[in-house]
Ligand binder design. Structure first.
Ligand SMILES: [Fe+2]
Ligand SMILES: [Fe+2]
Length: 356
């Protein structure tokens, strides 16, 4: 078989896998379900983590019609080997999915992240899907990080950002798709993923090319507001404007975030600085320290602008999304004291051509 044919085959094979992964995330977002369906085609017997798998019990005709709740029986016990033949037998019996427990989601999503990073790098048909999926898995990781900012979850965040960066480096088209995805989001956890994306793109425009640095700035963007998990929920979710005291608490998030990750060996020093300094301002008017000019790490300045831009161009509870042009105007007239002019120029170069 020629090389071209082989590539084509890979592309065709990966499409249904992407679809199954997408479906998996969709199903997993139904929080009530304890058993989450997984299509057989995303089960790689050699790589799947050691999780228990279930089958849905068939309701036989004439069986108990009152049993409305679906029932599950164990198909693969933890610690036991799963063979290709077993999967094949299921398939032949007309079963095309198994179920896993919600409590095994962390292990399983890590496995899916790995599947995604191993995808064929040249599969144009799947480009858009691929990027959407990357973003979905980033969102899932962010949800987990905000719920439980554990070392393991943060490590998954770092991996997801690495996948972003690798995709961006490999695939010029992914750049455009990511650009369009970073706006138009509702303002919740998506903000973090949007900021990570903007920060990577902005850093690249500023001439930062090496993957390690791009991952670092992306991780800084993803985790910039992680300290908000330590701020009172009433303040975070307050609909109206915050009073003086509440602002004081809100401002703590930069330092609190830094303290949460400062000893984490998976996070680079400059990503840590970005988390600590993303509200510092060149004129020395920012917080938590009041650094000025080049005392503020360039990664922190990038994350700062990525943060502002994402917030302005995203629908929030108290304001609707601005167009890139309106956001530029506002930054120029009201927020220029927060931003280095060279960075602002790069931002306009990137997003100035976007229509919406
Ligand atoms: Fe912040
Ligand atoms: Fe933010």
């Amino acid at each position: 078989m020629g090389k071209l044919q082989l590539q084509k085959k890979q592309t065709q094979d990966f499409g249904p896998i992407l679809e199954s992964i997408e479906r998996f995330y969709r199903e997993a977002s139904k929080l009530k379900a304890e058993h989450i369906p997984v299509s057989l085609n995303i089960i790689d017997v050699d790589k799947i983590p050691d999780v228990e798998l279930y089958l849905k019990e068939k309701v036989t005709p004439g069986g108990n019609v009152l049993a409305l709740e679906p029932r599950f029986k164990v198909f693969r016990k933890k610690g036991l080997y799963l063979s290709q033949a077993e999967l094949k037998a299921l398939h032949q019996n007309g079963v095309d999915e198994v179920y896993l427990l919600r409590s095994d989601m962390p292990a399983f999503t890590a496995y899916i992240d790995r599947l995604l990073s191993e995808q064929p790098s040249h599969s144009p048909m799947a480009d858009e899907k691929k990027v959407t999926l990357l973003r979905n898995s980033a969102m899932k990781v962010m949800t987990d990080i905000f719920e439980t900012p554990s070392k393991e979850n943060i490590e998954r965040g770092v991996k997801v950002v690495s996948n972003f960066v690798y995709t961006l480096m490999r695939d010029p088209k992914a750049y455009e798709i990511l650009l369009s995805l970073s706006s138009h989001d509702h303002y919740t956890l998506q903000h973090s993923v949007g900021v990570a994306t903007n920060a990577i793109i902005l850093a690249k425009k500023m001439g930062i090319e090496d993957e390690v640095s791009l991952i670092e700035v992306g991780v800084g963007g993803l985790l910039h507001d992680i300290g908000k998990t330590k701020v009172k929920k009433e303040i975070i979710n307050k609909k109206g404007p915050l009073d003086e005291e509440e602002w004081g608490e809100m401002r703590q998030h930069a330092l609190l975030g830094y303290e949460m990750i400062k000893d984490n060996p998976n996070i680079g020093t400059r990503a840590k600085l970005a988390i600590l300094q993303h509200h510092e301002e060149p004129g020395g008017t920012g917080y938590p320290i009041g650094l000025s000019g080049n005392q503020i790490d360039i990664f922190a300045q990038i994350v700062c602008l990525a943060d502002i831009y994402n917030a302005l161009t995203t629908d929030r509870s108290y304001s609707s999304a601005r167009s890139p042009y309106d956001a530029f105007q506002l930054i120029k007239s009201k927020l220029s004291h927060k931003i280095d002019p060279k960075l602002f120029e790069a931002l306009v170069k990137i997003y100035g051509h976007q229509k919406t």
